[in-house]
Design a protein around this ligand. Structure first.
Ligand code: IPM
Ligand code: MG
Length: 352
C-alpha cells in the first residue's frame, strides 16, 4: 500500500521524537511491503520564524491532500510573549480546524511494569484502560467573540464557550461506537449544574444513548471526574467531553501512565486525513539533548496505521514492540532510565 504522510515536527523535542517515529515506520514499511512517502513542513514557532505565521496556507493544503499527518509538538519560551500577535499554538488550532478533526482520541493505559512510575498508588492504577474522546474543534478554543478590549480604563477579556447540537452529536456518537469495541461504557463529562453548553451536551448525549442500547451512559460533572480519575481510575472505560475539559483531564490522566511521554493521540474527522501527535508538549527544558521519550509519538504512528491507513496488523506490531520493550526494562529519563531517544526507538525497532 502507498501512503503519503505529512510530517510536522514543530518545535523543541517534537523534532527529535518525529524523526525516531519515522524510522519505526520505515522499518515497518519494509517488513510489510508498504510504501510510505514522507514530506516535511514547518509548523509552529519554527514557521513563525521562517514565514511570520505558525501555519501557512501551503502547509495546510498539503496536509489536506495527504493520507495522514504526524505532528511532534509546538511552542517554546521564544514565542511565549502574551502580547504577541502570532503564537505557535495558533498553527495547531488552525490545523485542527482546517482538517475538521473534531474527535481527539487519547488512550490512557497503565503498563504493569510502570505502575511505580506514577505518583498514584500502584494498586489503584493496575489495569487502567481509559479512552478519552475529547471534542477538538469547538468550545472555548474557537467560540466567538474572543477578544481583549479597554473599557472605562480597565482591560476586559472575553472567551466564548459555544457548542452546536451537531458538534456534540458527532463526537458523542463516535465515543459510543468506540465503546462498542471496549467495555461498552461511556462517561460523558460536563458542568451541567452551571453551564448552558453542558446542559445541551447532556440532552444530546442522552439522545445518542437512546440509539445505542448496548452501551451504558453515565454523566459526571467535570470536578467529580477529575477526582475520580485519581481515586477510582479503573471505573472508567470511554470518557467523552468538550474541548477544554478534555485538555485538562487528559494531562491529569497521563499521570496514571507514569509519564506523559508515553501517551499517543489521534484526531479524526468524518473523512479525510487524521492528525496524529503525542500528547506531550515541546519540552524546551530538554530539547536538543536527545533524551526525550519517543514512545508517545511511536504509539501515535500505531494509531495512524489503525485509523487512517487501516493497517491493523501493522498497528498491533508497533504496540506489541513498545509493550515488550517496556516489559524488558527499556527506559528513557522520564521513566527513570538512561536510554537516549534514538536508543529507545532502536529497542522498539528490534522487536518489530
Ligand atoms: C494539547 C495542547 C494544546 C491544546 C495546546 C498546545 C494548544 O495542550 O494538545 O492538549 O490545548 O489543545
Ligand atoms: Mg493539553
Amino acid at each position: 500500500m502507498k501512503s503519503n504522510i505529512i510530517l510536522l515536527p514543530g518545535d523543541g523535542i517534537g523534532v527529535e521524537v518525529v524523526s525516531e517515529a519515522v524510522r519505526v515506520l520505515q522499518v515497518l514499511a519494509k517488513k510489510y511491503n508498504h510504501e510510505f512517502s514522507f514530506s516535511e513542513y514547518l509548523m509552529g514557532g519554527c514557521a513563525i520564524d521562517q514565514y511570520g505565521v505558525a501555519l501557512t496556507d501551503e502547509t495546510l493544503k498539503a496536509c489536506k491532500a495527504s493520507d495522514s499527518v504526524l505532528l511532534g509538538a509546538v511552542g517554546g519560551p521564544k514565542w511565549d510573549d502574551p502580547n504577541a500577535k502570532v503564537r505557535p499554538e495558533q498553527g495547531l488550532l488552525a490545523l485542527r480546524k482546517g482538517l475538521g478533526v473534531f474527535a481527539n482520541l487519547r488512550p490512557v493505559k497503565t503498563h504493569p511494569a510502570l505502575l511505580d512510575a506514577s505518583p498514584v498508588k500502584a494498586d489503584r492504577i493496575k489495569d487502567v484502560d481509559i479512552l478519552v474522546v475529547r471534542e477538538l474543534t469547538g468550545g472555548l478554543y474557537f467560540g466567538q467573540p474572543k477578544m481583549r478590549e479597554q473599557v472605562n480604563g480597565h482591560t476586559r477579556a472575553v472567551d466564548t464557550m459555544e457548542y452546536h447540537d451537531y458538534e456534540i452529536r458527532r463526537v458523542v456518537d463516535l465515543a459510543f461506537r468506540l465503546a462498542l469495541r471496549r467495555k461498552k461504557k461511556v462517561t460523558s463529562v460536563d458542568k451541567a449544574n452551571v453551564l448552558e453548553t453542558s446542559r445541551l451536551w447532556r440532552l444530546i448525549a442522552n439522545g445518542v444513548a437512546a440509539e445505542h442500547s448496548d452501551v451504558i451512559l453515565d454523566h459526571m460533572l467535570v470536578d467529580t471526574a477529575s477526582m475520580r480519575l485519581i481515586t477510582a481510575p479503573t471505573s472508567f472505560d470511554v470518557i467523552v467531553t468538550e474541548n477544554t475539559f478534555g485538555d485538562i483531564l487528559t494531562d491529569e490522566a497521563s499521570v496514571l501512565a507514569g509519564s506523559m511521554g508515553m501517551l499517543p493521540s489521534a484526531s479524526l474527522a468524518d473523512s479525510g486525513p487524521g492528525l496524529y501527535e503525542p500528547i506531550h508538549g515541546s519540552a524546551p527544558d530538554i530539547a536538543g539533548k536527545g533524551i526525550a521519550n519517543p514512545l508517545g509519538t511511536i504509539l501515535s504512528c500505531a494509531m495512524m496505521l489503525r485509523y487512517s491507513l487501516h493497517l491493523d496488523e501493522e498497528a498491533h506490531a508497533i504496540e506489541s514492540a513498545v509493550d515488550a520493550a517496556i516489559t524488558e526494562g527499556a527506559r528513557t529519563a522520564d521513566l527513570g532510565g538512561t536510554l537516549s531517544t534514538t536508543k529507545m526507538a532502536d529497542e522498539v525497532i528490534r522487536r518489530i
